[in-house]
Design a protein around this ligand. Structure first.
Ligand SMILES: C[S@@+](CC[C@H](N)C(=O)[O-])C[C@H]1O[C@@H](n2cnc3c(N)ncnc32)[C@H](O)[C@@H]1O
Length: 137
């Protein structure tokens, strides 16, 4: 697991060749592609999913576009070979990272906002703890 703070346009150049197996991402809003605006009808994460790991903080998860972990689990499984490494260059609050923990993939996330990367760290760590707890049972 590697969370990188910075502009992905710069940070992508620093990645080693062949170090990722798939890219699963949710780019910034405002992008039109194949005659479709992608900002409408987007799935939203539940309150519990958003705030996992941030229960003790005052603001909780304040990222505006958090995606459901289940959806990201489906997407990472779809395109990543077993045990592979997933890259999300627009990581936001870390939903793709959570999905990777649950699906047994390694993860590299990039995010240019320092507050969001802290949220991502907390959410991914909480998922890690939960998974470790379940494995002990
Ligand atoms: C649509 S959000 C991703 C939301 C994420 N899927 C989640 O569940 O929280 C896109 C994110 O990309 C970040 N971002 C935008 N441009 C960026 C860039 N050039 N480099 C790194 N991060 C960037 C924004 O700060 C924002 O958090």
């Amino acid at each position: 697991m590697k969370l990188i703070l910075g502009n992905c346009l710069d940070k992508l150049k620093e990645l080693d060749e062949n170090s990722v197996d798939s890219i699963v991402t949710d780019p910034p809003y405002g992008i039109s592609f194949m005659s479709k605006d992608w900002d409408y009808d987007v799935p939203k994460a539940s309150k519990r999913d958003r705030n996992e790991g941030l229960e003790d903080t005052e603001k909780g998860c304040f990222h505006p576009t958090v995606k459901p972990t289940k959806l990201m689990q489906y997407l990472v499984r779809l395109v990543t070979p077993k045990g592979g490494t997933v890259l999300d260059p627009f990581m936001g609050s870390g939903s793709t990272g959570k999905a990777c923990v649950l699906e047994g993939f390694d993860f590299i996330g990039m995010e240019m906002d320092e507050d969001y990367i802290k949220i991502a760290e907390a959410r991914i760590e909480a998922t890690n703890k939960e998974k470790r707890g379940k494995l002990k049972l």
